[in-house]
Design a protein around this ligand. Structure first.
Ligand code: TRP
Length: 377
């Protein structure tokens, strides 16, 4: 076995608490996290609610972040993240992350940060904006936002993560993290930090679930989301209003399934058993698609089926959410314990970092001798 395989396998992943989680998050990451959690293949799983990172572009609205910490925590718990198996923690309560960020800043140039494609994209996308979407270009770019990739490198390395399940958009963050790890380990001549691998989504639907408008990725800012916490009536309204095939005007017309969001969602969520139960005239999705393509199958029938499919998935999630929502002090406890655990664990990495740099003045007995020799040489 290679040395690398003997290493502890540690997962670190996270979300910015800027809104409730939706179906795109579910297929793209939450479902996978639960599978990884239950696979028994990892020694440790950490899920970080990245509130400090969220503040880098919501610094004027900490209440939004505070409110969404509990929403995101409830979403995690309701989909099956089990606090006995996964550590759920809040970034701002983990002091080592701030200290590490400060040391890593020395290992990164501003030029390199400007070239980080995610930062570049977000800079254009947001026009350096505040959370109100106001173009704050004139006011300039907050240094906190500009340097958040460094803080993300601290998140990942503090836990000595080997595996970071995340979307493609996070690849530049991982690349930057690996550069920092290499620079640290060579500069201070010790293999303290671990280079992480990204674990990307497995297929196109996981990578990019379209919004209900069918055109773009499901995203809060576009208002095209179905949230895990939406009630049945809301889900029904959203599905009935979904984008399908604009050329499919009459039931008898042939229709397109490519780019038709209803079929993309069915691809992502429905099973053959659900056909047997709700639409026995088709054995599976392929047969239903064929009928749609030929003509003679209406959108309403497809949407009604999709509602049943989504309800089957969302009903238990909603029930779990309601159960946890009825005991917020317990959720609070889970977050507090997870954060305390993470704070201790990452403090050990911080100590190793300071030790490698030999700036741990009060923990390194050799320093007194060094100082005496220096002064009396
Ligand atoms: N940047 C991630 C996002 O935009 C959130 C995040 C913060 C994260 N720290 C992380 C993801 C560490 C993976 C690993 O959602």
């Amino acid at each position: 076995m290679e040395a690398k395989d003997c290493k502890r396998k540690v997962i670190l992943t996270g979300d910015r608490p800027t809104g409730r989680l939706h179906l795109g998050h579910y297929v793209g990451s939450l479902k996978r996290r639960v599978q990884l959690q239950n696979s028994g293949k990892f020694d440790e799983i950490n899920i970080l609610i990245a509130d400090d990172q969220a503040l880098t572009d919501n610094w004027d609205n900490p209440q939004k972040i505070r409110d969404n910490i509990i929403e995101v925590a409830l979403d995690y718990l309701s989909v099956g993240i089990d606090p006995e198996k996964s550590i759920i923690c809040i970034q701002s309560g983990i002091p080592a992350l701030h200290a590490l960020t400060f040391y890593y800043m020395n290992l990164v140039t501003t030029q390199r940060l400007s070239r980080n494609p995610t930062v570049k994209n977000e800079m254009t996308l947001r026009g350096f904006s505040s959370s109100e979407g106001v173009n704050n270009n004139e006011a300039g770019l907050p240094a906190g936002f500009f340097t958040y990739p460094v803080s993300q490198a601290a998140d990942i390395t503090a836990f000595k993560a080997t595996t970071v399940p995340a979307g493609e958009d996070q690849e530049p963050m991982l690349e930057q993290t690996r550069e920092i790890v290499r620079k640290f380990n060579t500069t201070y001549s010790r293999d303290v930090l671990v280079e992480p691998d990204i674990l990307l989504p497995e297929n196109e639907t996981q990578r990019r679930l379209p919004g209900t408008d069918g055109t773009a990725k499901m995203s809060k800012s576009l208002g095209n989301c179905i949230y895990l916490s939406d009630d049945p009536k809301t889900v029904k309204t959203k599905v009935m209003g979904m984008y399908t095939d604009p050329q499919h005007l009459n039931i008898a017309d042939p229709g397109h399934v490519e780019g038709n969001a209803v079929f993309t969602y069915l691809d992502a969520f429905c099973t053959d058993e659900q056909f047997a139960e709700y639409l026995p005239e088709y054995a599976n999705l392929e047969e239903m698609k064929d009928h749609y393509r030929r003509g003679g199958l209406g959108d309403v029938k497809c949407k009604k089926f999709l509602i049943k499919v989504l309800e089957e998935m969302l009903t238990p999630i909603r029930a779990e959410r309601a159960r946890w929502a009825a005991d917020i002090p317990e959720v609070y406890n889970i977050l507090r314990k997870g954060t305390e655990h993470a704070a201790e664990e990452t403090n050990r990495t911080l100590e190793e970092v300071r030790d490698a740099m030999r700036i741990n003045y009060f923990d390194d007995d050799a320093i007194i001798g060094d100082w005496e020799a220096w002064i009396n040489h």
